[in-house]
Design a protein around this ligand. Structure first.
Ligand code: FES
Length: 102
């Protein structure tokens, strides 16, 4: 089943939303890369660096629950608890996300 993922970014001081469709179970990183947006990573998606943290604006209930591994990586790298790691968080329904550098 496909779900809409909206990715909000700023362009010339204005908010803009890109929309793509992804199969359930794909990660938020898959969504960003499919949309052609940069995604920070220092570990090459090895679930170590926590640079890939994204803010979920809508549809938090449609993102996989945070695993103990994700919580541990976030804590170790001291990133905001509310961010979700794009390489670990999987979509289960429609969501909207953003990154501070988009
Ligand atoms: S890319 Fe490094 S933890 Fe997600």
């Amino acid at each position: 089943m496909q779900h809409e993922v909206r990715l909000r970014r700023r362009r010339a001081g204005r908010s803009e939303t890109l929309a793509i469709h992804l199969t359930a179970g794909k990660t938020l990183m898959d969504a960003a890369l499919d949309a052609g947006l940069p995604i920070a990573s220092a570990c090459g998606r090895d679930q170590l660096c926590a640079r890939c943290g994204l803010q979920i604006l809508e549809g938090r209930e449609y993102v996989s629950a945070e695993s103990p591994k994700e919580a541990e990586v976030k804590l170790r790298n001291r990133i905001a608890p509310a961010l979700r790691l794009a390489c670990l968080a999987r979509i289960t329904g429609p969501v909207e996300v953003t990154a501070s550098y988009w």
